[in-house]
Design a protein around this ligand. Sequence first.
Ligand code: UD1
Ligand code: CA
Length: 466
Amino acid sequence: MKLAVVILAAGRGERMNSALPKVLHKISGKAMLQHVIDSASKLKPSRTIVVAGRQYKEIKDTLKGSNILFAIQKEPKGTGDAVLKARTFLEGFKGTVLILNGDAPLVTAEALLKFLGLHGKSNNDISLISFVAARPAAYGRIVRDESDNILSIAEERDATDVQKKITEVNSGIYAVKSGLLGLLKEIRLNTLKNEYYLTDIIGIAKSKACKVEAYCIGFEDEMMGINTMPELLKAQQAYRKRLINNWMGKGITFFDSDSVFIYPEVMIGKGTTIYPDVFLEGKTKIGRGCTIYPNVRIIDSVVKDGAVIKDSTVIEGSVVMAGAVVGPFAHIRPGSEIGAGAKIGNFVEVKKSIIGKRTKASHLSYLGDASIGNDVNIGAGTITCNYDGKEKRRTTIEDRVFVGSDTQFIAPVRVGRDAYIGAGSTITKSVPPKALALSRAEQRNIKDWAKKRKGKASRGQAKKTV
Ligand code: UD1
Ligand code: CA
């Protein structure tokens, strides 16, 4: 069966009350319209036509995908008019046209496949997916005759009191034989809303004895359309639940499914445990047997097997090797690699740095533009001074170096393997292997200084002298 997909995305989205085009609002970091495109693309259509409106450029720049054509609907004159605008791109196409709403992002490829199967098997002219809605007022109602055949679709504002009681609603997903698209021209302007309703095509087709069926195979948490911010939130929650259920099926332990956000492209290995308030974003990959404690955000990063990410840590664009421990309160910035078995402790910031195997930076440090070898100890309060106001420079610390607390490295510097840096040093020159580098003023003890100070204080001079 040849398939073309038309996705409607040119509506004003006024009910969102937002400058961003409605279909670009995100669910788990991915634009609603992109969700729809991704599900549709799994059906391998020969072409996908997105009908976009005035904000067409913004939409085009955001979307990814192959084979996508844009039809422009300058004025949002209704869903019927929107499909008409896609028709130019369907010239010469013979097969099934699947129409989807860009504001119904949770639809899965599986549901669409099942629907297309039913449509094809029954040799319908037009089919649509319906579902039973908890609050049907936001949708068009499916009006059926005594034999349960669909007669028409009634939108809330045009529905009679009897029709308003119907809970079976239109999902906005239709399969139409390409030969029937000519019926679109027969849709009349709905004067109440000044729009051409695609839904009217059902009544028109019925009046021409076409075979039309509504399959009540949808579920609200998959078919819901998003018109308002509360609906966006509801969709976000439903999507999150779906993903988390999927991950639980793959052996991931969660303590709370309501506060964990996992983006669709994230991968997680078996036996990993995820605490509440965790965000796994972008293309993050978490290995097997990892533990991610509360309040952690990991963006576009790789965390390998057995690593432990402790509370309130942010990791961006970096790699944490197997068995490493990061946090609590650590910030791993882009371009970093934390070596196997390494430890990055509280209040440590790492940027564009390589941290070797088993190396420890346990407290209060800034390691930027640094290459640090294996088994290095970074004392508390160590700072790589990588920026001179103009340029960034690198610090290199070789294997097994011991860096005493409160050390500053004025980059560029290199510390040779097995060297020691005395606590409180400011390192401005490279240190040869095995050496001890010390750069601090020798301590002076002034005998009885306190006693003398006390004497002065009693004569009323204390304020000035210290
Ligand atoms: C529409 C259906 C309704 C269905 C519901 C499912 C009509 C008249 N109503 O209602 O039966 O239950 O979807 O969610 O079709 N769009 C355009 N151009 C326009 C108007 C809309 O491209 O001129 C696009 C929108 O961007 C949106 C989709 O079509 O993605 C649906 O439009 P919307 O205004 O949200 O329709 P609903 O009132 O939700
Ligand atoms: Ca809608």
